[in-house]
Design a protein around this ligand. Sequence first.
Ligand SMILES: [Zn+2]
Ligand SMILES: [Zn+2]
Length: 676
Amino acid sequence: MEVNVSLGEGFNTKGVKTIQLPATVLDALKLFDREIAKKSIAAKLNGQEVDLNRQLPLTNEIIRLEPILPNTREGLEVIRHSTAHLLAAAVLDLFPGTKLGIGPALMDDPRYGFFYDVIAPRQLTEADLPIIERRMQEMAKRNLPYRREEMEKEKILEIFRQRQEPLKCELIDEKVDKIASVYYIDNSPFIDFCLGPHVPHTGKLRAFKLLAISGAYWKGDSNREQMQRIYGIAFATEEELNAWLKQREEAEKRDHRRLGKELDLFSIHEEYGQGLIFWHPKGGAIRKEMEDYLRSELQKRGYGMVFTPHIAKRQLWQISGHEENYADSLFEPMKMPEKFNEEIEFRIKPMNCPFHIGIYKTRMRSYRELPLRYAELGTVYRAELSGTLHGLMRVRGFTQDDAHIFCTPEQVEDEVGGCVDFAYDVLKTFGFEKFKVELSVRGKNDDKHYLGSDADWEKAEKALANALEKRNIAYERIEGEAAFYGPKIDIKVEDSIGRLWQLSTIQFDFNLPERFQLEYIGEDNKPHRPVMVHRALFGSIERFFGVLIEHYAGAFPFWLAPIQVAVLPITDRINDYAEKITEQLRAHDFRVEANLKSDKIGAKIRDAQMQKIPFMLILGDREKEAELVAVRERKHGDLGQIKLAEFIKILQNLRRSRAIAFEPEKIFSGKGGGSL
Ligand SMILES: [Zn+2]
Ligand SMILES: [Zn+2]
């Protein structure tokens, strides 16, 4: 008995090889390339992810094998998921009788790489983490095999019933039809019901760390069993782990939740509702600058600003398909008070799209009117589990800088191109320099049901790709990541400590124009269906603000800084002069604060420095007599004395150009009253 095997695209070894059965995936990989076989941690067999020690099936067809390497996303996922199992094994070993929940890899969470939910015989604490981690390391050194066994549902249930794991039994009951796989880690108390794949043995796991422990509910349902969630991180190499831990330390220093409190920017209140953001005046000043800039850009680029309600009749969300497709993120409907005798149900809006469609539909449109671009800073509400909420990054109410473009199919490429230019301008204005662009398209053989014809999809995907290529923008094409209703472009930025954030999205839509029966009269005098593009550049204003806080570690560029200038008199004698200067700066529309307390000047400077105020004006008798201001900048220190009028000119320039960095040598040299 023998089978024919080929190695997937992208690997050097071409051709088909024949191998005698029985043989494992690893045996076959070795035939092609011993090095690759050694590096692999799992593989794809005809597209399906499997363990290396999976037996090759007997078949007449050529078996397609693709090694999964540790330095790929898929490989990292296998490593993280396998490490989650190792964690559970160590907990079982240390705390016999522990009940297990689920233990997935986390691939897009910047804070963690995996978790496992457990109910231990006693409450676990932070102090247990190093002990559990040490046990994981011991088990890793022993190269314990991950062993897969396929069995019938009843047998699996029997195993977990015997182990008194009711939650696992519940899961198996729901998920398994007839046959499924369980995994053992040999010579450990661990068994799990799991699809796999995993690394071949625990020795492949050397670069991991446990990070945190928190409360969690079974299935995220607060009426169900309370569990403890242990979080960790894992990488393929020690170097990657250390780099990540270092970045995490740096990220903690700039955590927007801490800075938000210290700099008095925003707050979140348990008693008013988690995930709801209260913008304080200083955060509000930044938001106003963000919005003012955006509004003026929208106007320049031919968008019309619209404003729409926060709630709409429930039927609207049925027509739009939101009830069907986004049921989990909708808040429950609300009713009119009974005494009104009006049987209307409303929903609070999760998206703005249907409202903009409503505006489009107020009259018959002609091709001459298109493209129509409607923009709104629209606040939307989504039901998110409390456990997933995170500062400004994940919330229940947020404002999108949303827009919808209605156009003819021929206009799509230009419109999408315009959105890409706009996105780059916005992101660069806020100080981002490195971008990563993704084009999500249909998968080749995935089983997603895509709306729209093949021809339409090809045209749409091509229009999006062209828009990027014409601008020489490098992008990654991701197959199978498109939404069912159309392809999209995502733009990620790299922040000052190297983290990637997904911000702008440009989404093509075949769906809503169909559902709402949108039309325009074409040149041929016949009705046609317009194309719709959704796009958001900040994405969510709250989240963008969170990213900005962390990117700048709270030290915002001059044009965004909530307080731009601190006026600091050296003694009380100068307070009247300080007030005069403050007034003059305010008259020029700058955000200024005078510190007239009787503190020593050193304390006043420290205070302004703590608040990360870009400029301080230090005023003493000499400045008052000569009618000058002594300028101190938060990064460059003392810059010398200058006339107020000239200082105002410098500030106006900084504001007008929305400069990110301040370069004193360019601005101050040869100017001013002198001691520079
Ligand atoms: Zn598993
Ligand atoms: Zn939309």
